[in-house]
Design a binder for this molecule. Structure first.
Ligand SMILES: [Fe+2]
Length: 398
């Protein structure tokens, strides 16, 4: 028995956990052609499509609309003005258009920003009022407008998660909506929809998936089911992401990333995340740093900080990153190698390495640290942190 296996056996199951994964997942290349029959099966008669302008231009939106029409589902409207890091005013505009079109179901085809916007639109459509009235944990206590997600990136996990995050354009802070009712009814994982993703977006979103797997495993909310999902996803991401970045036309790499990303997203949805996401949300809110890029830059720093509090888990993570003979190292050396392995992965994928390279300036760091400390993701961080700790991590990542 290796030392790593012994360490694993020492990790005991918690006395309590709550696991619910309500989203049905269908994965197949070409599965977009079934979206119409699937919508009908969910009782959707007038579907409102949320997507972005690039996907309309690439003809991907039409690949969704055609099978909806063929199945007899009417199109209540198409909303394609969704920016990366979507905002509350975009949600309100889209909800108004969906209501005017008489939508009884939503279809989201896009990345995390599109899918999170669709979730927020579903809240406004079914609950009324302003989107700001419904923020927080379990404020949404009844089913919302049914949503089908077709992710075109592999990383966000929104297609399976109970989270939606959008930016409040008044405060510049990211606001979160958390409820089992925000889990989409169906996630269609069609890898062919992701082959047009450029290398930089593939890399950034893939590093988001990597961060979900790592942070969910380290989270205080982790349990045996989420560990199994995240730790099956992580080696698949470590092995496949550089290949998907280098050869985006290979549908097998794309499919593996799409499935691993959904598994990591499920782990994240149930276990929660930690300080890396908290700081990434703050960077997105203040400076519009893309979520995956911010996570990729901050993951080695956040993981290095947390590893001290969770040495057994750091050891399992080191093994998942393929670090040879990690069982022979001291806890400190293992944590160092783990941090280096995360950097190697993001470096191999050519993701920016420093916050100063993605629009953050020194004068932002105090405000980002304060925003991050107030972020709900900090609730599950395995090591207690003050604003000064986060400030140090941000400085190191700057
Ligand atoms: Fe994320």
């Amino acid at each position: 028995m290796t030392h790593c296996v012994m360490i694993r056996s020492m990790i005991s199951f918690p006395e309590f956990f709550d696991f619910c994964l309500p989203t049905r997942v269908v994965a197949q290349v070409g599965a977009v052609s079934n979206v119409g029959t699937e919508a009908r099966a969910l009782g959707i008669t007038r579907a409102f499509l949320l997507t972005d302008a690039v996907l309309v231009k690439l003809g991907i939106a039409e690949q969704v609309l055609a099978p909806l029409r063929e199945a007899g589902v009417e199109i209540a409207g198409v909303f394609d003005s969704i920016p990366p890091n979507s905002e509350t005013k975009v949600v309100e505009r889209a909800a108004e258009a969906a209501r005017a079109g008489g939508a009884d179901g939503l279809v989201a085809c896009g990345g995390g920003s599109v899918m999170d916007t669709a979730k927020a639109v579903g809240i406004v459509l079914s609950r009324g009022g302003s989107i700001l009235d419904h923020q927080g944990i379990n404020v949404i206590d009844r089913p919302v407008t049914p949503l089908i997600c077709l992710p075109t990136t592999a990383g966000t996990g929104s297609e399976i998660s109970r989270f939606a995050v959008v930016k409040d354009d008044a405060s510049h802070q990211k606001i979160s909506f958390v409820s089992d009712h925000l889990c989409p009814r169906l996630a269609i994982l069609d890898a062919a929809l992701t082959t047009s993703m450029p290398p930089a977006l593939t890399a950034a979103t893939g590093m988001d998936a990597c961060t979900h797997a790592v942070e969910a495993y380290c989270s205080q909310g982790a349990g045996p089911f989420t560990d199994a999902l995240g730790m099956a996803a992580l080696p698949a991401i470590v092995e496949t992401l550089p290949k998907a970045v280098a050869d985006g036309a290979d549908v097998a790499f794309r499919a593996k990333m799409l499935i691993a990303s959904a598994m990591a997203g499920a782990a994240m949805s149930l276990a929660g995340v930690g300080c890396v996401h908290a700081m990434a949300h703050a960077c997105g809110g203040r400076r519009n740093v893309p979520h995956g890029v911010a996570n990729s830059i901050l993951l080695p720093h956040g993981l290095g900080f947390n590893a001290e509090a969770i040495p057994e888990k750091a050891s399992v993570l080191a093994a998942k990153f393929g670090i040879a003979e990690c069982e022979k190292m001291s806890a400190g050396a293992r944590a160092e190698r783990l941090v280096a392995a995360v950097r190697d992965l993001s470096g191999a994928c050519r993701v920016p390495q420093r916050l100063r390279d993605v629009g953050v300036v020194t004068g932002d760091l105090d405000a980002i640290a304060e925003d991050a400390l107030a972020d709900g993701a900090m609730f599950f961080n395995p090591r207690p942190a003050e604003a000064a700790d986060l400030r140090k991590l941000l400085e190191a990542a700057f």
